[in-house]
Design a protein around this ligand. Structure first.
Ligand code: SF4
Length: 390
């Protein structure tokens, strides 16, 4: 398989988004935040390109303005928003330039492309992991620094940086590309442009070996999904930046334009459902009847969420694993964990398994007897509308 850090990360966040982008190859329109981030990255590359001299800060700002103006016209971003992003971008670049004059750094490569071959000894196959590193510096004769720029507002913890898979993959990429470099010669940094702060970390050879295992496990998960053709949507704050909302079963109901007679029917079912759920007297029969109608509508339209005047209803489908408990006992006893699940049901077993290292967890997949799907409907009283410029 040929993959990249961003594809693996997309799969981890939302398998359905992965399917849309990597398997169905559907080109989604980029969000303005994503375009802004890539224009800032281009301006930073320009800032560090000596031709024959480094550009002045005014040249960098003009370069940024020109590209941003073109992109914002293509994306049809409203003028007031275009200007806010323009000012924001200039502020970030000025601040960055003051702290990081290009002539003070020994730059080895910009937008450095790499490909790492990851061998899977169990499956006897190899995978290619490709990526682009924003910047590679050589601060001293025998040390290197990988720098990845971030435009996000939130600064993560040091622990996040120490465990960050993207940086580990970049480290792998660098030591594969230049084999004379060892992992401990490399500093890995995330530069948070909004804050003008850099968080750094290191990896050992052992860390990189476990990075390879993490990648192989992620690829195995993807393969399993491909085999079962199940790529569930996993909605969250990231949906706000997802270009696939108009075709995603969690959101497409919101984008529906036509008002067919059947729409009136479902609107009234949603209204009744909210009312019944609000009622102090448990209208269990009515709720059950409405739920059946809602499930039917969701199945018929290929949706997992529907929107009404009072909020929205989401269908959540969970898989319930039915374990061979005797074999679980044999496997957990040597780890001293069986006592923890003695009085238990499988929910507790699942909770315990989550505390094991990922590779150990995977072994328990082999003793799952069957998987039952349980769907529930949850309601949210938030009223959502499509953003005009989406
Ligand atoms: S909109 Fe959200 S749930 Fe749907 S594909 Fe995108 S990230 Fe996944």
């Amino acid at each position: 398989m040929r993959t990249s850090y961003s594809a693996l990360e997309t799969f981890k966040i939302c398998p359905l988004k992965y399917k849309f982008s990597q398997i169905d190859k559907i080109k989604g329109e980029k969000s303005k935040e994503a375009v802004f981030g890539s224009v800032i990255h281009s301006a930073l590359r320009f800032m560090f390109t000596k031709n024959p001299l480094f550009p002045t800060i005014d040249e960098v700002l003009n370069y940024f303005s020109d590209i941003w103006s073109g992109e914002s016209l293509t994306l049809k971003i409203p003028e007031n928003q275009t200007d806010s992003y323009l000012e924001e971008g200039k502020k970030i670049l000025r601040k960055f330039f003051l702290k990081n004059q290009p002539w003070n750094f020994n730059i080895v490569d910009l937008e450095s492309r790499f490909e790492v071959i990851i061998e899977d000894p169990n499956q006897k196959e190899s995978h290619i992991l490709a990526g682009i590193i924003d910047r590679v510096d050589k601060p001293t004769d025998d040390t290197y620094e990988i720098i990845d720029y971030k435009t996000s507002r939130r600064m993560p913890s040091q622990d996040f940086v120490d465990k960050n898979l993207q940086l580990s993959i970049y480290n792998l990429g660098l030591v594969k590309r230049w084999t004379h470099i060892s992992p401990d010669q490399v500093t890995l940094s995330l530069y948070f442009l909004e804050h003008g702060e850099k968080l750094s970390s290191k990896r050992s050879s052992d860390d990189l070996a476990s990075t390879k295992n993490q990648i192989l496990l992620a690829i195995k998960d993807i393969r399993e999904r491909e085999r079962s053709s199940e790529f569930p949507p996993t909605p969250g704050p990231w949906c706000g930046f997802c270009p696939y909302r108009p075709i995603c079963p969690m959101w497409k109901h919101l984008y529906k334009k036509e008002d067919a007679p059947s729409d009136e029917e479902i609107k009234s079912i949603i209204r009744d459902y909210f009312e019944a759920k609000n009622s102090v007297l448990g209208q269990y029969d009515k709720i059950e009847m409405l739920q059946a109608k809602i499930h039917h509508y969701l199945d018929e339209k290929g949706l997992e969420r529907i929107f009404g005047p009072d909020g929205y209803i989401t269908r959540r489908t969970a898989e319930k694993k039915n374990y061979d408990l005797e074999r679980a006992r044999v496997m957990l006893q040597p780890l001293g964990l069986w006592q923890e699940v003695l009085k238990v049901d499988e929910k507790k077993l699942e909770k315990i398994l989550k505390t094991l290292p990922e590779q150990k967890q995977k072994k328990f997949d082999g003793i799952v007897k069957d998987i039952k799907k349980v769907s529930t409907l949850t309601i949210s009283r938030k009223r959502l509308q499509i953003e005009k410029d989406l």
